[in-house]
Design a protein around this ligand. Structure first.
Ligand SMILES: O=C(O)CCC(=O)C(=O)O
Length: 258
């Protein structure tokens, strides 16, 4: 897939270093988005039924139409592998991190109409266990997004703080950790919302605080594709990450959420 718009973005690195995120609207033209959405439909229809249960989350496990998240898509399908390894998100990640990158996760994020829950404020790096915390998440809107169906909000400049803000368990499937000290005057003052049309692409630093509202529409979903890349120079604490993931999986299985 070609990126229609990355070469126009001369200030990507400056914007990313200043704000902790970038926005390209649109990264992909409408015909590219139509083709991608067909591939997403195919993946959900043909590949999801073959995937391990722990990689697919539903708002309501007994209702397949309430699909909310798919993990590691690129490991299960050649089309999405190519998009993750060779597509525009990787090139932008390399540009803003100024490093080679390691592709880590491709996630489908949906907030189904009427029931899609809010994404709690969090910093992705809190989940990543990296030193130094040099990683990015790309986020591609698969359909139009706005305040009603739960667009992304960033806290501008929040990637510049030392370490992480306090996080605790949220009870929200797919976003197990959320900030417990969110909502300071500076959080409020620096909040920027990112409504946009299908094809809008965001990318944020792993320390950038972000969140999204619940889907308040009764008729529209809010579907997006996420791309996580670690900088090659960042070292993963495998033991701490493994321990965290298996504790999380067993807690979710115990609560019959996956
Ligand atoms: O799609 C969402 O609501 C949240 C996505 C997110 O938190 C992320 O990609 O890091």
């Amino acid at each position: 897939m070609q990126s229609s718009n990355t070469n126009d973005q001369r200030n990507l690195l400056t914007d990313f270093n200043r704000d902790g995120y970038i926005a390209i609207n649109p990264l992909l033209a409408s015909e590219e988005m139509a083709a991608l959405n067909l591939e997403i439909e195919r993946f959900i229809r043909d590949v999801v039924p073959e995937m391990p249960l722990a990689k697919v989350y539903y708002e309501n496990k007994s209702d397949k139409s309430s699909l909310k998240q798919i993990q590691q898509m690129f490991e299960f399908d050649p089309y999405f592998e190519d998009l993750m390894l060779n597509g525009p998100a990787r090139k932008i990640a390399e540009k803003v991190l100024q490093d080679e990158v390691v592709p880590i996760n491709m996630q489908y994020f949906n907030k189904p109409a009427g029931i899609g829950k809010a994404t709690p404020p969090h910093q992705d790096g809190f989940y990543f266990h990296l030193t130094p915390c040099e990683a990015v998440t790309g986020w591609l809107a698969l359909e139009d997004v706005d305040e009603e169906n739960g667009c992304i909000h960033y806290i501008r400049g929040s990637h510049k703080s030392d370490g992480f803000r306090n996080h605790g368990q949220t009870g929200v499937l797919g976003f197990s950790q959320g900030m417990t000290d969110f909502g300071t005057p500076s959080d409020v003052a620096e909040t920027v919302a990112f409504p946009g049309s299908a094809g809008t692409f965001l990318m944020h630093h792993a320390k950038t605080i972000h969140w999204a509202g619940a889907n308040q529409s009764q008729t529209r979903s809010r579907r997006a594709l996420g791309f996580i890349y670690y900088a090659k120079s960042a070292k993963l604490d495998e033991v701490s990450k493994e321990a965290y993931q298996s504790k999380l999986d067993s807690r979710l299985a115990h609560a019959a959420k996956i």
